[in-house]
Design a protein around this ligand. Sequence first.
Ligand SMILES: Nc1ncnc2c1ncn2[C@@H]1O[C@H](COP(=O)(O)OP(=O)(O)OP(=O)(O)O)[C@@H](O)[C@H]1O
Ligand SMILES: [Mg+2]
Length: 305
Amino acid sequence: MELLERDGCLANLAEWRIAALEDGGSVVLVGGEAGIGKTALLREFCTRQQDVRVLSGGCDDLFTPRPLAPLHDIARQCPGGLLEAVGSGAGRESIFTAALDELERTPTLVVFEDMHWADEATLDLLKFLGRRIERTRSILAVSYRDDDVGPGHSLRMVIGDLPRASVRRMLLAPLSESAVAQLARRASRGSEGLYGITGGNPLFLTEVLAAGDDSVPLVCVVPGRTEPWLLEQTTRPDAAGITSRPSSPSSAPRRARKRLKLRADSPKQRRNYFGDSVTGTSVMLSTGSLLSWAALRTAASLGPS
Ligand SMILES: Nc1ncnc2c1ncn2[C@@H]1O[C@H](COP(=O)(O)OP(=O)(O)OP(=O)(O)O)[C@@H](O)[C@H]1O
Ligand SMILES: [Mg+2]
């Protein structure tokens, strides 16, 4: 799928990759809110690589985070010393050194996705590699949800400790109104109000457009505080700010659909609306999980009429 309004980002990434080959490697930080297009951008950049090896791994939102998850992912993609070190249960020092050896030996684009979910060992690995990356001709690209990474978040502290000269930063912006209109046209949909609802967030746009209905019921969630916030708010109707909204026919309970819109006071909040999921029984949240209509029915029954 063609990425809109990311040519500048792709050009920067390409420039930094050339600089890594010529002058020494770097850590590239790709930040942005949920659904802004970090994965899509990095995937597109990876597919463009011809003379550089690409290794890609990521962190998951697990109850028990897998230690060094991205490292295990990339080890499986490059059989050799790193895989042996990881597989043999070698100590942390040996594993980190094996990872650095890989990056020194072969110019590589390494992607660590979703580092806002990184466990402590992975953060140590980022610090270890980041402090030595200039010796390599490799790039370590790290994606993270910037609104999930507050001032006290360990990732922010690790990033702050990396040598400045080795770090490049990129913050992804929402799509413009004209890009939103372009995506709506592609989906054969009208674009009126779409920019205001989605704030140009590609994921929310995709969800709203995929719902296939011009009057999708929407739920607003404060950035970085998704389900817990919503559920907490629905049990405190005075604070929930649930307002009614004309609904359209659907498989979802009519009463719930009438009152599904939670108040969004700021543009940042407005950006975090979510479209009805395809199943009609749940709503997609920024974490990628689904909130059931049962929870929304609770919200609706508690909200002002
Ligand atoms: N520039 C773009 N133009 C068109 N569509 C886009 C663009 N960027 C992303 N998308 C689409 O938006 C959706 C969300 O993008 P993506 O998964 O890359 O977001 P993300 O920032 O990685 O989100 P998360 O923080 O949840 O991992 C995808 O379906 C993707 O194809
Ligand atoms: Mg992603």
